[in-house]
Ligand binder design. Structure first.
Ligand code: NCD
Length: 315
């Protein structure tokens, strides 16, 4: 079976994965979903290995998900809290990388507020590095868990129409999903006000652009909402939150343009009443938001498994 191996020692983005590697990761993750539903959830695949979660940006679900994934596979997992670390004292990213490297971790899971910072760090360590989100660049495990969620709920990805809606410009989730979903044969639409679309985005990326929710959602199979990422904005990109909700917030009324069984997704954290109406998000038949969280643990287990297979084979 295909696995992430040389030359991909790391998982830095969807862009650097071959399609068969994506398929193999989804297959492995699918198997871990069943394991995670059992009362005994523990395997020993990563026994003896050390995983360090290095988060320069705050995170609840992604960090917890990676921690559970490592522990369920038997690794020793350490969470580095950046607030209390040397980074706040002015240590450079590369010094941090080399210091951690000297402790012989086997996997580093890194989230950083700058695009490209995780790839830079990966060049200075000997272990596998997983990108848990770098700036507005990529968030590959989120796109993989979204793909697994869609595949399990719809049985396929190829041929589906996926509308990714909201703050695309600041979203690494959107970027990784555009790369992954177009690769697996979905029709991807981006629905956003012009101010929240990245410059230069268009048909050359295999996507269709819409500035109106009803038109963008017309006949969609999947409606993926994104958080308005105010912390990444300098200045104002929307007139007001109330107006944003009125035109781009997902409500039952706007959702009526999509297919009657369209699945609602959101990577979290959600801003209820800003990009999504709380009652829509909570509809257990239509919303796959908690499935996404569940699939996240399984996908991260698959990534950890694939990236450490060469260590087991060498032992
Ligand atoms: C996303 C992120 O951090 O990029 N969240 C996540 O990982 N679940 C999206 C967001 O912060 O809005």
């Amino acid at each position: 079976m295909a696995t992430i191996s040389a030359p991909h020692r790391h998982l830095l983005g969807i862009a650097s994965l071959a399609t068969e590697e994506i398929e193999a990761l989804l297959e492995t993750a699918d198997g871990f979903v069943d394991l995670n539903r059992r009362s005994d959830k523990k395997l020993a695949l990563l026994r003896g290995l050390t995983q360090i979660n290095l988060f320069f940006e705050s995170s609840t679900r992604t960090r917890t998900s990676f921690e559970l994934a490592g522990k369920r596979l038997g690794a020793d997992v350490v969470n580095m809290s950046v607030g209390a670390s040397a980074i706040k004292k002015g240590e450079t990213l590369i010094d941090t990388a080399m210091t951690l490297n000297a402790m012989h971790p086997d996997v580093l899971v890194v989230r950083h507020h700058d695009s490209g910072a995780v790839a830079l760090l990966a060049r200075h360590v000997r272990c596998a590095v997983i990108n848990a989100g770098d700036g507005t660049h990529e968030h590959p495990t989120q796109a993989l868990l979204d793909a697994l969620t869609i595949r399990r709920r719809r049985g396929r990805i190829a041929g589906l129409t996926v509308a990714i809606c909201g703050d695309i410009a600041h979203s690494r989730v959107a970027r990784s999903n555009i790369l992954l979903l177009t690769r697996l044969g979905a029709r991807v639409r981006l629905v956003a006000p012009p101010t929240l679309l990245p410059p230069g985005m268009g048909p050359q990326y295999g996507v269709e652009l819409f500035h109106d929710m009803r038109a963008g959602l017309e006949g969609a199979d999947i409606v993926m909402m994104l958080r308005l990422q105010s912390e990444r904005m300098q200045g104002s990109f929307v007139p007001s939150l109330r107006e944003y909700f009125r035109f781009f917030g997902l409500t039952w009324e706007k959702l009526a343009s999509a297919r009657p069984d369209a699945l609602i997704m959101h990577p979290g954290p959600m801003n209820r009443g800003v990009e999504i109406d709380g009652v829509v998000a909570d509809d257990i038949d239509r919303s796959a938001i908690l499935d996404q969280v569940e699939m996240g643990v399984a996908v991260r287990m698959a990534c950890l498994d694939h990236l450490t297979r060469h260590l087991r084979e060498a032992a």
